[in-house]
Design a protein around this ligand. Structure first.
Ligand code: VAH
Length: 318
């Protein structure tokens, strides 16, 4: 059975739905720190779990005969920068607990890293799989530490740990919370509800992005990959596109010609964004486990706008 922490979050809520569809509802144990009533808490086993409680996590994993741990519970970059010590305790305390549970029960293990694991001294264009990682955010420190810790558990205990450095993820099911790339999600929601958006990230600020369906496929593909072919483990660069707010707005205007984009730059999140790469090199993921994104910017825009429009209509009818 598969244990997912942070199952009600932006990635978790869609990954649990996908895994339940693939492997069966009862095989996926969704957990999160509180039950928000999300559909995921009703479509299969759900447990409230604070990942900083190591005994509780072990008990849930043992009782549900877990053989795979997908650890997603974490604070994202902007929140982590506001509450750095909380971020350290939750992001690192939760991770080490999840790794220990996986080690004791002999589970396969996945946890995300991020383009946030790179810093200002990292090459910003074609950022290599193996390069300098001196992030200047608490989130980045957590992600680099997490990558090293997961590799440690692989080399020291033989634990089958695998990870992906996610770009900004764009989705319409569950909004992200507290990220720097959240502007790229909000722009679509507000295009549909207001016909305009005021971006907190400045024009010309390029970051890697990906549509959620590609991110979910990547997790499954990596976890099912032949371990003998993995040269790297924690964590793989992947990306689908590099965009700035203007590029997203231009793509939206192909569907909504009157869409208007304005700027009210948030210096804190702008500083985080500027410390990250412009676009990263995903060739290791392509060669070691066949990674290939399917959605480009326009395909993502079309799907986001049509999905959010029907969500909007349903909400109006409700
Ligand atoms: C964040 N969405 O903004 C996350 C992600 C690459 C960005 O790590 O913090």
């Amino acid at each position: 059975n598969i244990l997912v922490t942070g199952a009600l979050g932006q990635i978790g809520s869609e990954l649990v739905a996908k895994l339940r569809h693939m492997y069966g509802n009862d095989q996926i144990i969704a957990t999160d720190v509180r039950n928000t009533g999300h559909e995921i808490t009703r479509s299969g086993p759900f447990e409230t779990l604070d990942v900083t409680d190591d005994k509780a996590m072990f008990e849930v994993a043992k009782r549900h005969r877990v053989d795979t741990v997908i650890h997603l519970a974490a604070l994202l970059s902007a929140t982590a920068e506001e509450k750095p010590l909380l971020a350290w305790n939750l992001n690192m305390g939760g991770l080490v607990n999840a790794l220990e549970v996986a080690r004791e029960l002999g589970c396969q293990f996945f946890t995300p890293s991020s383009i946030g694991a790179f810093g200002p001294s990292t090459p910003k264009d074609h950022t290599p799989q193996d390069t300098i990682q001196r992030p200047t955010t608490m989130y980045g420190v957590n992600k680099v530490s997490g990558e090293l810790l997961c590799d440690y558990y692989f080399h020291k205990y033989g634990l089958d740990t695998r990870g992906i450095r996610f770009p900004g993820l764009i989705s319409y099911v569950t909004p992200p919370g507290g990220g720097t790339t959240d502007y790229a999600v909000e722009i679509y929601y507000e295009a549909v509800s207001q016909g305009r958006y005021v971006s907190f990230i400045d024009k010309g600020t390029y970051m890697d992005m990906m549509y959620m369906p590609d991110a979910l496929d990547a997790v499954v593909q990596l976890m099912e990959a032949d371990p003998a072919k993995l040269v790297h483990r924690n964590a793989f660069n992947i990306t689908a596109m590099s965009v700035d707010p203007e590029a997203i707005a231009a793509s939206i205007r192909k569907m909504m010609p009157s869409f208007a984009l304005g700027y009210q730059v948030d210096p804190k999140r702008q500083a985080i964004a500027e410390s990250w790469p412009n676009f990263i090199d995903a060739s290791a993921a392509a060669s070691e486990w066949g990674f290939q994104a399917k959605y480009d910017l326009d395909a993502m825009t079309q799907d986001m706008l049509s999905q959010l429009s029907s969500k909007e209509m349903l909400a109006r009818k409700a």
